[in-house]
Design a protein around this ligand. Structure first.
Ligand code: GDP
Length: 307
């Protein structure tokens, strides 16, 4: 498989607070890659058996064909060897040697903060969930930690506009950020929200990656594209989490399947990124993508802790 022997692996230059910053340089020359035009020899199928991950059973799902240029290769990962890269199912993420300890053993709500400076200061790595209201953020958070109501904590009155920290396995954080795009929110509140979360994105030194949640059951919304663009242009490390991928029914009036919306969204944001950001398809109903998110988190986290 010749394409594997010449796969370019870029050197990573970063400091610990911006693990994958170098992937997001803007403005970027548009990538001239059209999936359909690639020959079959340059597509890679997601791995179906991951021998090093015996503690996790990966769910079956639709096989995706991904061109090698559209893969997310974690730092320190050489895929130029003879072995084909192992790709997490329903994602473009290559598995690296840093993927381990991907189980959630404990999860507890720690605190709600109204500003970045008030967030926990123990230096543990964190991953922040953000998305349009109703995108499925609470459902996903609950699914990740396998606790039906943990995310309710951050839906309590007074906390929806806060930075909510959940401590996982007493070693890292999942962070629930306020949803955006409430149609009814007054302008003043929207402005505050922008200032508040943007400050967190730009100044939180332990933030390893923002998880931008995008509803894959509907076409891309302008506000989501604006958000992705802002994160890309500010070089904030980002993973796109496509939600509600179980909603497969095509609506009569031009509705699309989740896979099509996922592809469209990537095409629409490609101009903001020098290299494609990592993405994962998920469903809180079927638990699709849950283990893949945890593996992705584990490899980013373990790399971050080492550097
Ligand atoms: P949040 O406002 O972003 O926290 O969204 P919620 O988690 O409260 O979910 C909003 C709505 O979407 C609820 O009616 C959920 O039942 C539904 N929902 C969330 N995740 C999924 C999913 O993966 N699949 C489907 N079919 N519905 C979902």
């Amino acid at each position: 498989m010749a394409f594997l022997t010449h796969f370019p692996v870029s050197p990573i230059h970063h400091h610990s607070s911006s693990l994958i910053t170098r992937f997001f340089i803007s403005p970027k020359p548009k990538t001239h890659l059209i999936f359909a035009t690639l020959s079959s020899s340059s597509t890679i199928k997601p791995s179906s058996s991951l021998s090093i991950l015996q503690d996790i059973t990966l769910p079956e799902e639709t096989p995706l064909q991904i061109s090698q240029e559209k893969l997310f290769i974690p730092p320190d990962t050489d895929i130029s060897s003879e072995t084909p890269p192992r790709i997490l199912k329903g994602s473009n993420i290559v598995l690296s040697k840093y993927a381990r300890d991907a189980q959630v053993i404990s999860a507890e709500f720690v605190k709600s903060s109204v500003e970045t400076e008030a967030c926990p200061s123990d230096g543990s790595p964190e991953f922040a969930l953000v998305g349009r209201s109703n995108v499925g953020k609470s459902s996903l958070l609950n699914a990740i930690v396998r606790r039906k109501k943990l995310a309710l904590t951050s839906k309590k009155p007074g906390k929806t506009q806060c930075i909510n920290h959940f401590r996982i396995n007493d070693s890292w954080y999942l962070v629930d950020l306020p949803g955006y795009g409430y149609a009814s929110a007054p302008n003043e509140l929207r402005k505050d929200w922008n200032k508040f979360t943007k400050d967190y994105f730009l100044n939180r030194s332990t933030l390893v990656s923002v998880f931008l949640l995008i509803d894959a059951s509907i076409p891309a919304k302008k506000i989501d594209l604006e958000y992705a663009s802002w994160l890309g242009q500010n070089q904030v490390p980002m993973t796109i989490i496509f939600t509600k991928c179980d909603k497969r029914k095509k609506k009569k009036n031009g509705g699309k399947h989740p896979e099509e919306n996922v592809q469209d969204f990537q095409d629409l944001i490609s101009e903001y990124f020098e290299a494609v950001p990592p993405w994962i398809m998920t469903s809180s109903v079927t638990n699709q993508g849950r283990d893949e998110i945890l593996l992705h988190i584990s490899q980013l986290r373990n790399y971050w802790l080492k550097h």
